[in-house]
Design a protein around this ligand. Structure first.
Ligand code: TYM
Length: 342
């Protein structure tokens, strides 16, 4: 334990990020945002960050990144994050992330970065498209580690897919502390109790992802109710008329049952017994999603009509984040042998 980790009476600090690489989805909402708003912001000193720098690791359109960053921040607030209770901010407005990222690049090895599965997959995809692979895609885990370590984060609540990155972050923190003295808290991953892993409605073998080119299987939080219904009613199942909860054999039906359960509470297994046909299950799931998103959409519309208010929240959030991150990052700079700032 180092000095920060051991601070008596200190509240648990958690850090979560969302990447503005597409419109936020039902997967982001059920797997992350809802729990952030209902539980995490109250149980800890929580920082919620729109990690916009991470949107630049692949080819991007500047206007789109700008639009999606603002939209993501607005949606975080609309989903119930209360700026009086937690800190909501945009990564690029806090320089400490980039400063510390460089030190993480000086701590990690080339091999470690190249081994990350996400890099291998995305680099292969970019190459297939004939594009070049940005160096930042390779070094992305260093920035990600910096996001977490700059804040003395104790817990990072993430889904299965993100766990290897937190593992690397832990290794970098331990290595840095061993080389240069206790500087960073070694964070741990926490899995949400019901780890909703929402699948693409058209491809239930894959997660519902916001950056997918084909969006007919991806429900966005801001989709019109009619679009939500259309997507859910057209979800791929398996041609069997009845409903049963068998995630391995019937992934499409299981996904709908899990979504319905996550929206309204209840157990997928038990819900399966309540529906006589896949059609009825789809109707119920569609309504549940529409109803769940109704207040979020309404609040988003209110906030979007007053962008000055959202900007003010983000400014205050960035200021608090800077105050938390800078002393630790300054200490890390000194620890590696750089002259003090002044
Ligand atoms: P991102 O933007 O892909 O996802 C944000 C959050 O949403 C969850 N999530 C899902 N949950 C259930 N089902 C799905 N289909 C689904 N899709 C996404 C993710 O688990 C995540 O909690 N690399 C991160 C952003 C990041 C970050 C960080 C996170 C950058 N630095 C530091 C934590 C700590 C990402 O791409 O998240």
């Amino acid at each position: 334990m180092n000095e920060w980790a051991g601070a008596k009476g200190a509240r648990t600090r958690i850090f979560c990020g969302v990447r503005p690489t597409g419109h936020l989805t039902l997967g982001n909402y059920l797997g992350a945002m809802r729990r952030w708003a209902e539980v995490d912001q109250y149980r800890a000193d929580a920082l919620f960050c729109v990690v916009d720098l991470h949107a630049l690791t692949v080819e991007h359109d500047p206007a789109r990144v700008r639009r999606l960053s603002r939209q993501a921040a607005t949606l975080l607030l609309a989903s119930g994050l209360d700026p009086q209770v937690c800190t909501v901010f945009v990564q690029s407005q806090v320089d400490a992330h980039v400063r510390l990222s460089y030190l993480m690049e000086c701590t990690a090895s080339d091999g470690e970065m190249r081994r990350m599965l996400q890099y291998k997959e995305k680099a292969a995809r970019e190459e297939r498209r004939g594009g070049s692979v940005r160096l930042s895609l390779l070094t992305y885990p260093a920035l990600r580690a910096a996001d977490i370590l700059a804040y003395g984060t104790h817990e990072v609540p993430v889904g299965e897919d993100q766990a290897p990155h937190v593992e690397l972050t832990r290794e970098l923190a331990v290595r840095f502390n061993r080389r240069y003295g206790a500087t960073f808290v070694v964070p741990r991953t926490v899995r949400p109790p019901v780890a909703a892993r929402v699948k693409d409605l058209q491809d239930p073998a894959s997660a519902m992802g916001k950056a997918r080119a084909r969006t007919s299987g991806v429900v966005h939080v801001l989709d019109e109710p009619a679009a939500v219904r259309r997507k859910v009613l057209r979800a791929v199942t398996d041609g069997e008329p009845d409903v049963s909860y068998e995630p391995e054999r019937r992934p499409g039906v299981a996904n709908l049952l899990e979504v319905l359960a996550a929206c309204g509470g209840g157990e997928p297994q038990r819900l399966a017994g309540e529906y006589g046909s896949c059609g009825a299950l789809k109707e119920a799931a569609a309504e549940a999603v529409v109803e769940m998103f109704r207040p979020v959409r309404a609040r988003h519309a209110e906030l979007a009509a007053d962008p000055g208010q959202v900007d003010a929240v983000l400014r205050a959030g960035a200021e608090r984040a800077r105050g938390l991150a800078e002393p630790r990052v300054d200490a890390a700079f000194e620890a590696v042998g750089l002259l003090p700032r002044g």
